[in-house]
Design a protein around this ligand. Structure first.
Ligand code: NZQ
Ligand code: ZN
Length: 388
């Protein structure tokens, strides 16, 4: 039975080859001072920087650049971004980049006028926003996180070895996002497949919960089938517009809050993955792929019926004459085969995890209670060992 919920998604989303043009209609809605946030320079290499600057100039904006947002943005970078925003009375934060750039823009948006340490308030204590929020707009260049249409913002604190995501309310969602799949053609192969698995993991971690008949699970199955199909095409030809556009749109729907509605959700792979990220600074999607095999094999007995359905519906496993355990296992095996085929990292050792980190990673993993098995510390360590 569907639970009780409110659904609101205020992000205005422009999709397609010419979608950057929409910046012309969005920019006049905001004041003159724009903080232009971007990463390590890929937007300059692909010519996007010049295009965006020209559009900002045509719209008569004063541009304050905030470059160098790193993958897995840090709390120190956040403090610097807040100074730029406050010091220039910024009216709009325009994020041009991947999930890290969008997440960081949202973090600055809620933190610039926070009168205490935003890391403590929003990430450690997870409090609601009660100060002014600067509007954010995104031009997305990489598919994966769903940050373009949600309130999520993940920040890393290397000093305390914590990587924490706050899911803010819909007043923090980007006001608009621009998604041109062609902009993703230049994403390096490693990042592309990591992004694809990030999408898969978002769907899996909402799908593997509950035992009721819930429309969200049917939506998730369709998204997974499409994602697997398109990913196989994209690894053969990274410039296949049809595949890249389907992947980009699947990424948005995987985490724009829709498929979580009326459901419990799991999120344990993300909690462990983020803790691995805090220790290693590894690429987000790879922290998820490296532990997923061991995690899903561990929880399978507790949610067997859903794993059987997953095998049959998503992976076309033939169940005739076989036990539920056999069918469910084959579903996981087919997923693993696909993961290897597209080139995902399947071992945490490859991400730089060493034995002395295991306890700390387990300790730093928030334990979620919506999945099929609530894990204890030893089980998390066991999953990490299995994932070596
Ligand atoms: O920094 P630049 O030079 O832009 O290069 C980036 C970066 O090195 C590059 N890239 C992006 N678009 C490109 C490109 N290179 C060439 N051509 C392009 N078009 O790709 C690298 C990775 O970018 P990043 O933004 O870090 O990747 P992603 O989109 O996977 O974002 C990861 C961050 O998002 C968080 C993760 O934890 C991580 O910090 N997440 C945010 C979520 C949310 N808001 O809901 C949910 C996710 O689960 C995730 O936790
Ligand atoms: Zn993710």
């Amino acid at each position: 039975m569907l639970g009780t919920f409110t659904y609101s998604n205020p992000t205005r989303l422009h999709f397609g080859k010419d979608s950057l043009e929409a910046l012309k209609e969005e920019l006049p809605k905001y004041g003159d001072n724009v903080q232009l946030v971007y990463g390590g320079g890929s937007i300059k290499e692909i010519g996007l920087y010049e295009e965006v600057i020209a559009m900002l100039e045509d719209a008569g904006k004063n541009v304050f650049e905030d470059a160098g947002v790193m993958p897995n943005p840090t709390v120190e970078k956040l403090y610097g971004g807040c100074e730029i925003a406050r010091g220039n009375d910024v009216d709009l934060i325009l994020a041009v980049g991947g999930g890290s750039v969008c997440d960081y823009a949202k973090a600055v948006s809620v933190s610039a006028y926070c009168d205490e340490d935003p890391w403590e308030k929003y990430y450690v204590r997870m409090e609601d926003v009660d100060n002014d929020i600067i509007p954010v707009g995104c031009v997305l260049t990489m598919a994966g996180t769903g940050s373009e249409m949600n309130g999520g913002s993940v920040i890393t604190n290397h000093a305390t070895k914590q990587k924490i995501g706050h899911v803010f309310g819909d007043n923090v969602f980007p006001k608009f996002s621009i998604l041109n799949p062609e902009l993703t053609f230049t994403v390096p192969r490693y990042q592309m497949v990591a992004g694809i698995f990030d999408v898969m993991s978002h769907i899996l971690e909402q799908y593997f919960s509950g035992t009721d008949d819930n429309i969200s699970d049917y939506l998730s199955e369709g998204l997974m089938r499409s994602l697997v199909h398109s990913s196989r095409i994209a690894v053969e030809n990274e410039r296949d517009y049809e595949a890249r556009s389907n992947i980009m749109w699947a990424a948005t729907w995987a985490l724009n809050t829709l498929i979580a509605k009326g459901k419990e959700t799991d999120w344990m792979v993300h909690m462990i993955g983020q803790s691995i990220g805090a220790y290693t600074d590894a690429t987000h999607g790879m922290t998820l792929s490296a532990i997923s095999s061991a995690y899903y094999r561990h929880i399978m007995p507790y949610g067997l019926a859903r794993f059987v359905r997953f095998a049959e519906v998503v992976w076309d496993v033939d169940a005739a004459g076989r036990s539920d355990e056999e069918v469910a296992s084959e579903g996981i095996e087919r997923m693993e085969t696909w993961m290897r085929e597209i080139g995902l990292v399947m071992s945490i050792a490859e991400l730089g995890v060493t034995e002395d980190m295991l306890d700390g990673i387990a300790e730093g993993s928030f334990v979620m209670e919506g999945g099929y098995k609530v894990l204890n510390h030893d089980e998390i360590v066991g999953i990490l060992r299995e994932s070596w």
